[in-house]
Design a protein around this ligand. Structure first.
Ligand SMILES: [Zn+2]
Length: 274
């Protein structure tokens, strides 16, 4: 019963997240106007807003103009439902669990926006971090979450400096040291695509630190790099713009996997390091 209720609740939130993913990067209000077709702008009827089911009944088409509705809508709703349900089944029924589930849903939203725009809005990133830090059952945990968030943010900032410097230094070695090259370098000391990570990734790392502590977060960061490796290899050699792979989706996915498997992962680490 708890599974069904939390799944439906998560799917309903997912329906709202679809609106956020579409409107927030466009600078539109997420509350007004009410949901409407993006093609013919007709306001939707309440029964057109039922998560997943409406899309199925309408066979993925607008009821008014027949324009196709992206499969992303039901997929995000199903994902949100599953996410929400799994976190409630793992934890107790409390306000803190709700906050943690909401933090993961925010990470899902950030992942979708990063995927489309290769950038994430600070507002959502701050929301995820705030939810992750404050979703606690006692005050002591609040302090621990805060310190873990700082450790991950600091560690990621240092890693970013190292990687960016390495990428820049390596590329510079291929440039002939002519006057022109030096001039160009002076004017563009660090072009955007030498940035190994975006600032958004640092905030997501902080959120991960608050959600699961330093040990599990490090495992998740390592896992995210493993998952991202095939994607990095596939996008290599394309234009400069594609060098900036959206990394938030990989971080968020790895964070979720490690969070759900925290007990076996911690047991494994204990076996490795005693
Ligand atoms: Zn329409």
């Amino acid at each position: 019963m708890l599974a069904l209720v939390t799944f439906i609740f998560g799917a309903v939130i997912g329906s709202f997240l679809n609106v956020v993913i579409y409107r927030l990067p466009r600078g539109e209000s997420v509350a007004f106007p009410a949901s409407h077709c993006q093609s013919c702008h007709t306001p939707l009827k309440p029964w057109h807003n039922i998560p997943v089911l409406s899309w199925l009944f309408l066979r993925g088409k607008c009821a008014f103009c027949g324009e196709k509705i992206s499969i992303q809508y039901p997929l995000i709703e199903i994902l949100s439902g599953l996410l929400f349900m799994s976190i409630f089944l793992k934890n107790d029924l409390s306000l803190a669990t709700f906050g943690i589930a909401a933090a993961f849903l925010t990470l899902l939203t950030l992942s979708m926006i990063d995927f489309y725009y290769k950038a994430v809005p600070d507002s959502l990133n701050l929301l995820a971090l705030t939810l992750a830090v404050f979703s606690v059952n006692d005050v002591q945990m609040l302090g621990i979450n805060f310190v873990n968030a700082l450790l991950l943010a600091g560690g990621f900032t240092l890693l970013r400096f190292y990687l960016s410097y390495y990428l820049y230094a390596r590329t510079k070695a291929f440039v002939k040291p002519t006057k022109k090259a030096a001039w160009v370098r002076n004017y563009n000391p660090m072009p955007l695509y030498f940035e190994a990570m975006g600032e958004g990734d640092i905030m997501v790392a902080a959120t991960m630190g608050a959600l699961m502590g330093v040990q599990l977060s490090l495992v998740a960061v390592f896992l995210s790099a493993l998952i991202a490796l095939p994607a990095i290899l596939l996008t290599q050699g394309r234009d400069a713009d594609s060098h900036r792979l959206p990394f938030v989706p990989f971080l968020a996915l790895a964070a979720y996997i490690v969070y759900m498997l925290d007990a076996p992962v911690l047991a494994y680490l204990k076996g490795l390091y005693g």
